[in-house]
Design a protein around this ligand. Sequence first.
Ligand code: NAD
Length: 494
Amino acid sequence: MATERDAEFLMFGATGDLAKRKLYPSLYNLYQKGTLGTHFVLLGTSRAKLNDDEFRDVVKQSLVHAGEKADTKEAAEFLSRFYYVQHDVTDKAHYSVLRDRLNELDKKYKANGNRIFYLSMAPQFFGPVAGYIKTEGLQSTNGGFNRLVIEKPFGRDFESAKKLNDELSKSFDENQIFRIDHYLGKEMIQNIMALRFGNTVLESLWNNRYIDNIQVTLAEKLGVEERAGYYDNSGALRDMVQNHIMQIVSLLAMEQPVAFLDSDIRTEKVKALRSLRVYDVAEAATNFIRGQYGSYGDEPDYRHEDDVPRDSNTETFVAGKLLFDNYRWSGTPFYIRTGKKLAGKFTRIDVVFKKPLVDIFAFPQSGEKPLSANVLTIFVEPNAGFSLQLNAKNNEPGFQTEPVNLTYMIDQAHSDQTPEPYERLLHDVLKGDGTNFSSWSEVAYSWKFVDQIRRVWDLSEPDFPNYTPYSMGPASAHELLERDHREWVYHLNH
Ligand code: NAD
């Protein structure tokens, strides 16, 4: 049985898309599992004019959408803990209404002053709302915890991120701030640490002596859809690389933490990011490439999507080479790529080991194939698992090696029971465990790296569009590796 956590949530943006699609179903799962119970209550707020019952109906519909049976006694009990106050977050004076309601509900549900402020709304409000939470007295003062959960994006460059962080820091300490990166809630991303630090056969080889290169691919099949307005202001580099990819890379690159504790893990991730080489102009221009998708049949190219300016230079694809200047990784590149309208929706990590220095089995004159590299592939989504490619002798006459795979995939029954990222992350917030959230230092180093690429890109006009939808991106993404006499492990004719 799960440990029950006492908590009162104040949900800003309570009628928004994220709250309805992800947060309420995740809270319900936690309620069903007993992590939330008699001392749980949620006060929702947004600009919409609703009473408590109407708000409960919004939450109920979100459970139905998520495939839950919402007419049960348990669902009714869960929904009865939802309350609502209409509130414009820019209206400073009105925060006193939220404060009084929070205090009443805290007493009624004996939440013990444990407050979680969830900012599920547009990023321009993050700073001001955090400020008002403090100045207008919404934080509890009776020894309970006050935690701030903040959605992405965290700034759009280092300067704006720092400004936002400075604002948040006036109201919350770093260990009270939980910056969501939902990739960190995914099963196989969390499994990176188990694989690395739980297995001598992997960790002892996890360095530049034995690993030739590491590849991280986050591919999306959809185009910008209805998010064009937001996306055009952001682009793949800011939307995917600065946060999700840099977080994954830091987990792959970091040293072993002293203990499996958020503070120790953060220390190692930050150390890794500090040794990531921030490129000068020439390096940025050679080691990063960008793309924008063209048209496909009736489907418009990116510049003809609704809400996208016809001359937009926003990248919908990025690929790059990252280099760490440290003892473990010097000389072993990390290649990353992400984009929209690619060949499929999937996330995978390919760790390519070096081939044996001498291939005693290769007899090119008789047509025998050389040894393949060992590859550890971590499948993050849609299916979760991993596979290790080894060489073995096949059972035909003569002596021929061929690659075989040792594969572990989480089966459907177990994957149905695997918690959604938001459920895990909310659970972590309730426990006060910051392991799977981005710390300010991590965010800062990632922005400093990414800003330099952006700066260089802004100096020149790209030749867009430059890739065919449902491919794996522009030719330059392949050339990036070819130049180094390598290739992407996952390519289209796979
Ligand atoms: P949304 O536009 O659907 O919802 C915004 C909410 O904020 C609504 O409830 C609205 O009433 C409220 N709101 C807007 N202005 C307000 C004001 N002045 N005062 C009070 N309330 C106000 O947005 P969303 O898609 O739910 O996104 C919320 C946050 O989550 C954003 O930071 C977004 O970047 C992030 N995010 C969303 C998703 C997603 O899948 N939707 C994914 C990742 C991150």
